[in-house]
Every structure is written in structure tokens, then in C-alpha cells.
Design a protein around this ligand. Structure first.
Ligand code: NAG
Ligand code: NAG
Ligand code: NAG
Ligand code: NAG
Length: 956
């Protein structure tokens, strides 16, 4: 035995042949072609050591030739790349030395928009080649077609072009797995023909390829029967396929995985899902989600009884428009692990048959119109780990419905109409539970004994707006919860005057106690007991701490909302750190100047609300470095002095600038027109003099047709518990309600307004202003503006409110005003306008004399003064149809609701704008990789490549 072992060891030491000198040299040159290796991933690549032992290198045991290079860089959970290797050149030609290489994975590293080198085509031993996400660009090398041994090719998510040349693909005769995600094939209608030539292909990923129906025209399908019968994995998600899902998909006899999500399909072939599943017996994964108009008899319920899709494990139908009930037969899928019907407009009761899905681990029925009871049968889903039922109309919790779910980790039943009492019994066996969200069920109650010792350790507990869940006291049982990370108890009538000393969750990062009746000082306790807070919401309480300085000890604090409390005194500089990302101190009684000293630095702040306090002094100079600032609201203070020019020069992301009701003076610097993203400019009620800045057409958002909506700032919750958005529009709803602007709710996302009223501005109205086609509100009233109203004012087609009253404007009222069909408020009174009031078009709807009075030379309806000569010339004008009005009513309702809800409950828009656009949500929530491509690429690389396809919002 011992002999044998010795012999074996001997053999092994011989077998591990050292690497070949030439190949080591080649690898070293390759290493040197990277100018940056931030995480030292090539640290082991040293001359003088055996290259077969280097990290990421593998050799043939016998010959010693390098056969494997694996420098794959995975992305983390939220989609960030962690420290790629950076090369400013393409793959180094020294690679030619590695003649025996058969496995090459460089994915995730950065080759600075260079080309895939032609010589790669001569490395004919390659069986595996992965260059996905490597920032290769330009035309793809047709020499790749020489790699006839290649079994796996992944060149996804680069900036590669085909220019219609796909002839090299059929040469890859060994290919089994092909991934071309993110390549634009819109001009390559022959793509499927080409792929049909690959005799061994079983897995094909073509998402984000700009595929349209033309790629799959029904006549050509018949020719692909071998392709269709062979393919096992087909991913066509995120393309532009529309209409009916092609019948041909019914014939895919080997199919195991089909992803058609995020297209524009609106109906399914006859027989629907049930027939499909029956025909494709081997199917394990079916994803039709994010076809937001997909409806009709999608389930094929008429055929449902025969369905026997025993192998189906994942059925993803979220973000669609099914508008049906959940069919009973869904309960037949004994192997189903994941069922997702989120936001699919399903309604009615939840069938008890779902309780038969004994393998189910993930069930998401959230954001629908489900009613009735949460079935008791759910108690049989013993493998369930995640259950999402939030945002429905569910009214009751069936007895025992969760009690036995020992594996349940996440439970969200928030935002329903649940009533009744949850007791210890309901939670008795939930040992694994770590997210519990029951908020916004106003009639729900939790009834726990004060000494309840729950079987779980929660990380997230959300009982916002569930008064019966908290009963105005800090829940005793939280004492046992040592792992809490997020605690949301907003609007629960908490009326405490101190945080219990036993509550010391060391991991807590998010604490929301807003909209309660908390009175007294809290800061010191919070800081001592929860030192790791990142986000703290104490707004809308009765808190009266006299010093903010204790909060300075929260080293990780990035979001702080103390608005609407009884706080006073000065703001200590130590609070203003570069960690801070959102700060809201509005509606308190703070005074003094906004501190600035060496070491202060708000370089990362995005949202700053100081409105309605007693701050004084000049524009906070600390903001000079805040180049990410999007919202600055100083309304209702005593700030004074000029608007410094750096506002326009340095704060280039600014979207909302509100300086209303302060003591600012001087001229409005023209640099303010550099703020191309500005959506709201409110400088009213100050003491500005000088002229209205003229380069107004720089305000891009105001001139553009499309806008991104509110500057919402979103970041993932710690535990993927959704996304928290701090809505830059938080106060806009309020100010609209109270103002005379009658903005329609629909327009809120786009709202752009300029209000310079109640100052001492002089000079003319700059004619450039008429280029602001997106401007909804313009108020220049109560100034000393002279001259005429630009005749082209009718070009400002979005204008809903125009107030030029109390100035010294003269000349006629421009006829073009009659084109402004959206105009609801028009105030031209107290000026020197002359002539008769045009009564054409939309202008004829203004019948209040007050719109026009006190203009000595103005005459005609609706003024009592008759004109001497009636001028009846008619001006032709175009009716401007509001086409998009009907199109997305659903979304607009959601917008409306989310704003109202967010506003009423004061929950900082956690719903926010993410609910608005399903297509955005896709980017946020679907799979890490796509999200990575669509969203995060913006962050770590320049924006150009994503222009037009990406969201300007940022996730941190
Ligand atoms: C590696 O070392 C050898 C001698 O041991 C030397 O000839 C060669 O130039 C070195 N290569 C590099 C890239 O430093
Ligand atoms: C990337 O390539 C461009 C030329 O395309 C070059 O100007 C730039 O310096 C390169 N970047 C780096 C970091 O080498
Ligand atoms: C690929 O094959 C073609 C034709 O056989 C040949 O002309 C070309 O040089 C080859 N490319 C490489 C990189 O070896
Ligand atoms: C499915 O395949 C069969 C033969 O294999 C053929 O007769 C039938 O027309 C095909 N159906 C569709 C919808 O392509």
C-alpha cells in the first residue's frame, strides 16, 4: 500500500510538467498589456515561477502547454464590476504563441473599444471563447469563422457591429452554445437562416439584438424545423418582437428554456400556455414577462384541463396585461419552483389549488387586483421561501396560512385591505423569516404577548401605516430581534418620548419613524443605540432636540430627513460630510448661516431641502463642490446676496432650483442658463433686478420633447427589499396644490416651470423664451418688464399657465396665443397692452375680465371697454392634438396613485417613479446581467454607448 502511494506520488510529480518558456514569455507580455489591475488579479504572474500555477492559467498535465486562460470577472449582485483589468490595446499578439489554448475567458475586462484581433481566428484549438462585456468594438472579425472546434462562443454585450456580415457563423460547425446578446441584428434579416446551419447548436441567446418580426417571418419558419426541434435553450428576450407569439414555437420538441420576455407581444397562439406546455413536455423554464400588452386567453384556460406540464419549474409571467383570473389548473405543476405573476393585471380570488404546488419556493402575485382570502392551502407550500402578495385587494388571512411554512424567508403582504388579527400562532414556525412586510393594511392588527419570543430573527420589518400593528408603542418583541437592518414604522401613531434602551440593533442601517407623534429629544439615544445608520427618517414628528451635532457621530449617514419638526438652532458643520446624499431640514426653525469651514464637504449630495426655516447669509458656499446636486430648495428663508455664478458653472446636474421667498438680490447671472437639465427654476419673491437672462434655450429639458421625469434618486435597499427613491418631486405636489397653477397631474413627470415673479426685473422678455416648448408654467408677474410679448409665444405649446401681470408690457396681445390649447391660466392685467383682445381659438375661452384689466389701451371682450373699430380678421391656427393622452392611461394612473400615496403616507416615495414605467423596472429588477448592461454601464463607463437606451437615473 505504502509503495503504491509512493509510486503514485512519483507519477504525479512527473506529470505536473512545468510550463514552456516561450508560453510564459507570451503570458508575461499579455500581462504587461494591461495598464491597470486594480485588484492585483495578475499578481501571481511572475517571471521565474511556473506559469501553470499562475492564477487563471491551466496547462496540459503531460505536455505542459497552456490550455486554459480564465480571467473571467463576474459582476457582483447589484451589477457592479469589481476591478476589471484594463488594457488600452486589444489582446496582445503574443497570444499566437499559445497554440494549444482551448479555453479562453476574458469576460468582464476592459479592452477600451478596440477590435477583436483577426489572429484569434488562427487559434484553432479553441473550444471555449468568452469575450462578453469586454468593450470590444467595431466590426466583428470574420476570421472567427476559422474556429471550427469552437463549442461555446459568447461575445455578448460589447459594441460589436456585424454590418450584415454573418457569413462566418455557419463555419463554426461544432458550436453548441452561442450568445450574441447586445449585438444589433436589425439589418441582418438572414440571421435565422445562418443559425439554422449550425448542426449542433442547442443554446442560443439573442437578447438585446434589435430583432423584429421580420427575422422570424412565418414562411421561413418551416425551413427551420431542424433548428426548432434541436434547440434546448432559446433566449429572445429584450427585442422588438410584436404581435402574436409565433406558432412555430409550439414545435420545439427539445425545448427546456424559453425566454421571450421584454418584447412587445400582445397575444399568444391558440391554446395558450396550457397547450404549449403540453406540446413541449420537457419545458422547464418559460418566461413571457415584460410583454406589457400581452393579454387575451393567455393561459388557454379552455384547454387547461389536459395540461400536464410536469417538468415546468419556472413560469414567469409578470408585467403583462392578462386581465384574467388565475386558472385552477396551475396547481397541477408538481415540479414548479417559481411562479411569478407580479403586475399582470390578474384579478379575483387566489385559487386554493396553488396549495398543491408542493415544490414551490418562490411565489409572487403582487401588484394585481386579487381579492378574497389568502388561502389556507398556502399552508401546504412547505418549500416556500419567498411569498409576495403585496399591493392587491386581499381582505383576509386564512387561518394557519403561513403557520407551517418553516422555510419561509420573505413575506410581504403589505398594501392590501387585510383585516383581522395576526397572533403569535401565525408566526409560530417561521424560523427562517427575515423579511416581514405587513404595512399599509390599516385594519390589520398584530396581537402579541409582551414577552413574545419570535422564532425568527428579522432583518427587515415594515409595518408602516399599520396602526394596529404597533399601537403607538415601540413593539416589545423587537427586543429579541438582534439582526434588524431596516425598520419601517412610519405613520403608526407612535407617540413615544424616548427610544427604549433595550433597542440596540447594531446592524440597523435604515430607520423610518416619520409621520408619528414622537416628542422630545431623540438624537443622542439614536446615535448611541444605532451607530450604523445610513438612512434616518424622523420627519413629521414633534422632535425638539436643540443640537444636531450628536448625529455627526453617525459615520455612515447618507440620508437624513428631519423636516416638519420643532427643531431650532444652528446647523453644525460636522453634519455636512461627503457621505451625505440627501438632507432635508425643511419646515423647522433652524437659523444662522449655513456653515462652511475647512473640512466640510457636501461633494456627493444630490438632494438638499432647507425650505421654510430662518437661515440667513449668502448662498451656502459649501455647495460649490456639489457637482451631483439635483434638487436645491431654499424657499422661505432669509438668504441674501447674489446668486453666485458657480451655481450655473459647477452644479451641472441641477434639475430643481428653488430660491423663492428669500432676500436674494443683484442680477440673475447668465451662467444659470448653463444648467441644461433644469426643470424648475423658481426665483420668485426676492429682490432681483437687472434683466431676464436671455440664453434660456439652453434649458434642454424645457426645449426637448421627451424628458426623464422627476429627478428621483434610487438606490437598492440593503437586502434587495425593493428600491428606495427619494423623490425630487416631493414638494412639487404641495406647491402645485396651493398655487394658482393648475397643472394637470399627468404632466407632473414632465413639469417644467420658470417663476421669476415679484422681483424688480427690467428689460424685455427675451424672444428665446419661445423655444421652451416643454415649459408648462411661466410667471414673470410683478416686475418692471417692458416691451412687447414675443409674437411667437404660440410656439410654447405646453404652456398651461402664463402670468405676465403687473409689468409695463405694451403693444398688442399676440394672436399666436390662441394656439396654446393647454393654457388654463392667463394673466395679462396691469400692463400697457393695447388694441383689441384676440378672441380666436383657445383665447376665446378666457372670459374673465381680470385676465386683462388695468391695461389702459386694451379693449373688447371680456373687458367692458368696446373697441372703436372691430377687427374681425380670423387667424388660421392649428389644432394641436394631444395624441399621447390616451396611450398610457394606465401608467398615468399609476403615476397619480404613487404620487398621492407617497404624499399622503409621507413614505419618501419608496414606490416612487419605479412603478411608473414597467420598462424601467425591467432594467432594475430583471436579471443582474441585463441590469448591469442597461444601468450600470453608465456609471463605470462613459454614456455615449447607451444614449437613447438607458435611464438617466442612477442606482448606487
Ligand atoms: C524572464 O526571465 C528570463 C530569464 O530567466 C529572461 O530571459 C526574460 O527576458 C524574462 N522575461 C521578462 C518578460 O521579464
Ligand atoms: C483608449 O483608446 C483611445 C483611442 O481610441 C485613446 O485615446 C485612449 O487614450 C485609450 N484609453 C486609455 C486609458 O488608454
Ligand atoms: C481563416 O481561414 C481563411 C481561409 O481558409 C484564411 O484565408 C485566413 O487567413 C484564416 N484566418 C486566420 C486568422 O488564420
Ligand atoms: C410542427 O411540425 C410538424 C411536423 O414536424 C408540422 O407538420 C407542423 O406544421 C408544425 N407546426 C407548426 C406550427 O409549425
Amino acid at each position: 500500500m505504502i509503495l503504491l502511494l509512493l509510486q503514485l506520488q512519483f507519477c504525479l510529480s512527473i506529470a505536473a510538467a512545468a510550463c514552456i518558456q516561450k508560453e510564459r514569455e507570451a503570458l508575461l507580455q499579455f500581462k504587461n498589456s494591461f495598464y491597470k489591475d486594480p485588484s492585483h488579479r495578475l499578481a501571481s504572474w511572475n517571471n521565474g515561477t511556473d506559469c501553470c500555477n499562475w492564477k487563471g492559467v491551466g496547462c496540459n498535465q503531460i505536455t505542459g502547454h497552456v490550455t486554459i486562460i480564465d480571467l473571467r470577472l463576474d459582476i457582483d449582485q447589484v451589477g457592479f464590476r469589481i476591478a476589471p483589468l484594463y488594457s488600452n490595446n486589444s489582446i496582445h499578439s503574443s497570444f499566437l504563441e499559445l497554440k494549444y489554448l482551448n479555453y479562453l475567458d476574458l469576460s468582464g475586462n476592459d479592452f477600451n473599444y478596440t477590435q477583436i484581433p483577426n489572429f484569434l481566428g488562427s487559434m484553432v484549438e479553441l473550444t471555449y471563447l468568452n469575450l462578453s462585456r469586454t468593450f470590444f468594438s467595431n466590426k466583428i472579425s470574420p476570421h472567427l469563422g476559422n474556429l471550427t472546434k469552437l463549442e461555446t462562443l459568447d461575445i455578448s454585450f460589447n459594441l460589436l457591429e456585424t454590418n450584415g456580415d454573418v457569413e462566418w457563423i455557419p463555419h463554426l460547425s461544432s458550436l453548441k452554445f452561442l450568445s450574441l446578446r447586445g449585438m444589433d441584428f436589425s439589418n441582418t434579416s438572414s440571421l435565422m437562416q445562418v443559425l439554422n446551419y449550425l448542426p449542433l447548436l442547442v443554446s442560443l441567446r439573442l437578447n438585446y439584438c434589435n430583432l423584429q418580426n421580420i427575422h422570424f417571418s412565418s414562411s421561413s419558419w418551416l425551413n427551420y424545423s431542424s433548428f426548432l426541434s434541436r434547440i434546448q435553450l432559446l433566449d429572445l428576450s429584450s427585442n422588438k418582437l410584436n404581435g402574436q407569439i409565433p406558432k412555430a414555437f409550439q414545435n420545439m420538441t427539445s425545448l427546456k428554456y424559453l425566454d421571450l420576455s421584454n418584447n412587445q407581444f400582445n397575444s399568444i397562439f391558440e391554446g395558450g400556455i396550457s397547450t404549449f406546455i403540453k406540446n413541449n413536455f420537457g419545458l422547464k423554464v418559460l418566461d413571457l414577462s415584460f410583454n406589457i400588452n400581452l393579454g387575451g386567453d393567455v393561459f388557454g384556460s379552455r384547454y387547461g384541463n389536459q395540461s400536464t406540464g410536469c417538468n415546468l419549474q419556472v413560469l414567469n409571467l409578470g408585467y403583462t396585461s392578462f386581465k384574467t383570473k388565475i386558472p385552477d389548473w396551475l396547481g397541477k405543476f408538481k415540479n414548479m419552483k417559481s411562479l411569478d405573476l407580479e403586475d399582470s393585471q390578474i384579478y379575483g380570488p387566489i385559487p386554493a389549488s396553488l396549495g398543491n404546488l408542493s415544490s414551490l419556493e418562490y411565489l409572487d402575485l403582487s401588484r394585481n387586483a386579487l381579492t378574497g382570502t389568502i388561502p389556507t392551502a398556502f399552508g401546504r407550500l412547505l418549500n416556500l421561501r419567498k411569498l409576495y402578495l403585496q399591493e392587491n385587494g386581499l381582505m383576509e388571512v386564512g387561518h394557519e396560512c403561513f403557520a407551517q411554512l418553516e422555510k419561509l424567508e420573505e413575506l410581504d403582504i403589505s398594501r392590501n385591505l387585510l383585516k383581522g388579527i395576526l397572533t403569535e400562532f401565525h408566526f409560530a414556525n417561521l424560523y427562517q423569516l427575515h423579511i416581514l412586510s405587513i404595512g399599509y393594511n390599516e385594519l390589520l392588527q398584530l396581537d402579541m404577548k409582551s414577552n413574545w419570543n419570535p422564532p425568527f430573527q428579522l432583518q427587515v420589518f415594515d409595518a408602516s401605516s399599520c396602526i394596529g400593528c404597533v399601537r403607538s408603542e415601540f413593539p416589545q418583541w423587537l427586543q429579541t430581534q438582534k439582526r434588524l437592518v431596516e425598520l419601517w414604522l412610519s405613520n403608526t401613531s407612535l407617540s413615544i418620548s424616548c427610544i427604549p434602551t433595550w433597542f440596540q440593533p447594531q446592524n440597523l442601517t435604515d430607520l423610518d419613524l416619520s409621520h408619528n407623534k414622537m416628542a422630545g429629544p431623540f438624537f443622542t439615544t439614536i446615535v448611541n443605540q444605532m451607530p450604523n445608520l445610513r438612512r434616518l427618517f424622523l420627519n413629521d414628528n414633534l422632535i425638539n432636540d436643540s443640537l444636531l451635532s450628536p448625529l455627526c457621530q453617525l459615520k455612515n449617514l447618507d440620508t437624513l430627513d428631519l423636516s416638519n419638526n420643532w427643531l431650532s438652532g444652528i446647523v453644525q458643520g460636522c453634519l455636512l460630510t461627503s457621505n451625505l446624499f440627501a438632507l432635508d431640514l425643511s419646515s423647522n426653525n433652524f437659523s444662522g448661516t449655513f456653515p462652511y469651514s475647512h473640512g466640510n464637504d457636501l461633494s456627493r449630495i444630490e438632494v438638499l431641502y432647507l425650505r421654510n426655516n430662518n437661515f440667513e447669509g449668502s448662498m451656502p458656499i459649501i455647495l460649490k463642490k456639489s457637482k451631483f446636486l439635483e434638487t436645491l430648495d431654499l424657499k422661505g428663508n432669509k438668504f441674501s446676496g447674489n446668486i453666485p455664478t458657480w451655481i450655473g458653472d459647477k452644479l451641472e446636474r441641477l434639475k430643481i432650483l428653488i430660491l423663492r421667498s428669500n432676500l436674494f438680490n443683484g442680477t440673475i447671472p447668465s451662467s444659470i442658463c448653463n444648467l441644461t437639465d433644469l426643470q424648475i427654476l423658481d426665483l420668485a419673491h426676492n429682490q432681483f433686478d437687472g434683466i431676464v437672462p436671455s440664453k434660456l434655450s439652453n434649458f434642454n429639458v424645457m426645449t426637448r420633447k421627451d424628458t426623464d421625469g422627476f429627478p428621483a434618486i434610487c438606490r437598492n435597499g440593503n437586502l434587495d427589499h425593493g428600491v428606495v427613491c427619494i423623490d425630487g418631486g416631493k414638494y412639487m405636489v404641495q406647491s402645485i396644490k396651493s398655487s394658482y397653477f393648475n397643472y394637470s397631474m399627468i404632466r407632473l413627470t414632465l413639469m417644467v416651470s420658470i417663476d421669476l415673479s415679484n422681483n424688480s426685473l427690467v428689460g424685455f422678455i427675451p424672444s428665446e423664451i419661445t423655444k421652451l416648448k416643454r415649459l408648462i408654467g411661466l410667471n414673470l408677474s410683478h416686475n418692471n418688464i417692458i416691451g412687447i410679448v414675443p409674437a411667437e409665444i404660440g410656439e410654447m405649446e405646453s404652456l398651461e399657465s402664463l402670468d405676465l401681470s403687473f409689468n409695463q408690457l405694451s403693444g398688442p396681445i399676440p394672436l399666436s396665443l390662441s394656439k396654446l390649447n393647454s393654457l388654463g391660466t392667463l394673466k395679462l392685467s396691469h400692463n400697457n397692452f393695447s388694441g383689441n383682445i384676440p378672441r380666436e381659438g383657445h383665447l376665446s375661452t378666457f372670459n374673465e375680465a381680470s385676465s386683462f384689466d388695468n391695461n389702459s389701451y386694451l379693449c373688447g371682450d371680456p373687458l367692458p371697454i368696446k373697441c372703436v373699430i372691430e377687427n374681425s380678421s380670423e387667424l388660421p391656427f392649428n389644432k394641436i392634438d394631444n395624441q399621447d393622452q390616451d396611450e398610457d392611461k394606465w401608467e398615468k394612473w399609476l403615476l397619480y396613485i404613487s404620487i398621492i400615496v407617497g404624499f399622503i403616507v409621507g413614505f419618501w416615495g419608496a414606490v416612487g417613479s419605479l412603478i411608473l414605467k414597467k420598462s424601467w423596472r425591467y432594467a432594475y429588477f430583471k436579471y443582474g446581467e441585463e441590469a448591469y448592461f442597461k444601468v450600470h454601464a453608465t456609471i463605470w463607463r462613459s454614456i455615449e454607448m447607451l444614449k437613447g437606451m438607458c435611464i438617466s437615473k442612477r442606482i448606487w
